[in-house]
Design a protein around this ligand. Structure first.
Ligand code: HEM
Length: 123
């Protein structure tokens, strides 16, 4: 792992885990997106949280192995709309801002996030 990975520049595992927790908190409070999450048992929320951390850490060049399902398989059938997606992007930006992520890393993280859209949005 080289030091200039996005993983390192974001601050490593603890920083990314903190960002995922903040982001999930924002989705839970958002009436548009919370409907996808409130019905999940706590255990399933914890599983999705852990796998999301692993997914991001692995994609950002960190020492993690993602053992979850691919983005298309896991979100297919949820009916996530473009409006749900746009709201989630706003929450993601709010999280990056709260953690004072610098512009370069912010645009790389946002590009990665937007790169998942085609597999996740279906309605
Ligand atoms: C509007 C946006 C999104 C919504 C509403 C959403 C919702 C969900 C829900 C409800 C689950 C739990 C599924 C289950 O337990 O069966 C889940 C799992 C997951 N999501 Fe998302 N998601 C969104 C965007 C994203 C994005 C952008 C990523 C990646 C950066 C992501 C990564 C994951 C991962 C890794 C899992 C767990 C995979 C697995 O169980 O194998 N999600 N998502």
């Amino acid at each position: 792992m080289s030091d200039d990975t996005l993983y390192s520049r974001l601050g490593g595992y603890d920083a990314i885990a903190g960002m995922v927790d903040d982001f999930f908190g924002r989705l839970m409070e958002d009436t548009l997106n919370s409907r996808f999450l409130v019905t999940l048992a706590d255990d399933r929320k914890m599983r999705a949280r852990q796998l999301t951390i692993d997914f991001i850490c692995a994609a950002a060049g960190g020492p993690s192995l993602y053992i979850g399902r691919d983005m298309l398989a896991v979100h297919k059938g949820m009916g996530i709309s473009a409006a749900d997606w746009d709201a989630s992007v706003d929450h993601f930006v709010a999280t990056l801002d709260k953690f004072e992520v610098a512009e370069t890393e912010k645009s790389e993280a946002l590009a990665f996030y937007q790169g998942q859209k085609a597999d996740i949005v279906e309605a």
